[in-house]
Design a binder for this molecule. Structure first.
Ligand SMILES: C[S@@+](CC[C@H](N)C(=O)[O-])C[C@H]1O[C@@H](n2cnc3c(N)ncnc32)[C@H](O)[C@@H]1O
Length: 385
């Protein structure tokens, strides 16, 4: 069996259960090829097996705590466990089936959108072993289409090829899904991430439960209309969506139409910052779900300021007694910092707030205790006086 030998310095990471080990902790290899399966050693003890990566900053991805195992059996075993868990946690037509480390499959994400399965990898090992994944998906889910959505910026930065292509099946890379009462059309190929922000499902459904009849909603960074559509289906009378991506706006128009609420919504194509500066109207509900405003540790200062400006401006647009839905998907902003920041932003807007909901990603986005980086999403719903 090919072998990768780690430096002594990797011990604390291995003992803590981290599954992605950086290249700087790889000492030497014996017979290992990049993207191939290997036993992993610390000193003369074999601590597990996985992919030898040596791509970007990543040295190895640990896929098993056992040595000498068969890659196909190991990956299929983890996929079986992931599916069993989703049958309990997410008995829906669309869900995250594999959440990387959370499912002991570091470097792999699989999202299911009814009859379309989207595979996304950030690992040379999984790139080279896609057939193992596709065989399992075909046998257990029988989808119409298995699509590879490997177009993340992180892949380009790591030197992995950027590509979107059909792995198996036929027909367009798009799907119709249900989320509670709402229906969404998901453009897997041209949409962001794997096509839809599945992580926000639980928070969108929650907002639907809090909406009152006749309410108005301002959905900032609306993407394909998720929050606004739930609000309209729950009785809201009017929605304004603000989104800068023309692809997302096209999908939002389609989603509003298939839910029968197109006439209650207006879409503003442009930047949220500009919209908030010129908008004078106040709304019963304002949602602010921006992209990560702190993309890296080095952007913390400017990102925190950007969040504070956004939430303050958003709070100014909430009517007395209305709701502010504030979200942050920046891993580099901890939950306690997020709450403090929200408190300050809301007070700067001259408002008092009561927190009525606080949540992370939907439960299908599983993580292990040590995988802090998978718990990036923070959503708070506040009533503002
Ligand atoms: C996290 S997603 C929102 C997801 C959405 N709330 C949902 O539930 O599907 C952020 C969205 O903001 C858009 N966006 C990014 N920067 C923007 C800006 N400055 N103004 C308007 N939209 C922006 C992106 O195109 C993306 O669709």
């Amino acid at each position: 069996m090919p072998a990768v030998y780690l430096k002594e310095g990797a011990r604390r990471l291995v003992e803590a259960g981290f599954l992605t080990i950086y290249s700087k902790w790889v000492d030497y290899t014996v017979g290992a090829v990049r993207g191939g399966f290997a036993d992993i050693y610390l000193g003369d003890e074999c601590i597990g097996s996985g992919f030898y990566e040596d791509i970007g900053a990543v040295g190895v991805r640990i896929l098993s705590n056992e040595c000498g195992v068969d890659p196909r059996e190991t990956i299929h075993g983890a996929l079986d466990r992931a599916l069993r868990l989703r049958r309990l946690l997410a008995p829906w037509d669309s869900y995250r089936l594999v959440n990387a480390e959370g499912d002991f499959l570091p470097g792999l994400v699989i999202d299911v959108y009814s009859d379309v399965v989207v595979v996304q990898t950030s690992s040379l090992g999984f790139d080279r072993h896609l057939d193992i994944v596709v065989d399992w998906v075909t046998e257990h889910l029988s989808p119409r289409l298995v699509f590879l959505k490997n177009d993340q910026r992180s892949r380009r930065e790591a030197g992995l090829p950027v590509e979107r292509r059909v792995l198996k099946g036929r027909g367009p890379a798009e799907a119709r899904i249900r989320e509670g009462q709402a229906k969404f059309w998901v453009d897997v190929e041209h949409g962001q991430k794997t096509g839809f922000f599945l992580d926000q499902r639980i928070n969108r459904l929650k907002l639907g439960k809090l909406v009152w009849s006749g309410a108005s909603i301002l959905d900032l960074y609306s993407y394909t209309g998720g929050f606004a559509i739930h609000a309209l289906l729950a009785g809201a009378e009017k929605a304004v969506l603000v989104e800068e991506s023309p692809v997302a706006v096209k999908a939002a128009e389609k989603n509003l139409a298939i839910n029968g609420v197109r006439d209650k919504a207006k879409i503003v194509v442009g930047r949220v910052e500009d919209f908030l500066r010129r908008e004078l109207e106040k709304y019963d509900i304002v949602v602010a779900d921006p992209p990560a405003l702190i993309p890296g540790r080095e952007h913390r200062g400017s990102g925190i300021n950007a969040y504070r400006r956004l939430y303050e401006a958003a709070a100014r647009h909430v009517k007395p007694g209305g709701l502010l839905v504030a979200s942050s998907c920046s891993y580099f902003l901890r939950q306690d910092e997020f709450l403090q920041l929200l408190g300050r932003a809301v007070r700067s807007a001259g408002r008092e707030a009561t927190v009525i909901w606080m949540h992370g990603a939907s439960p299908d986005h599983v993580s292990r205790p040590q995988d802090d980086f998978l718990r990036y999403l923070k959503v708070v719903i506040m009533r503002l006086e």
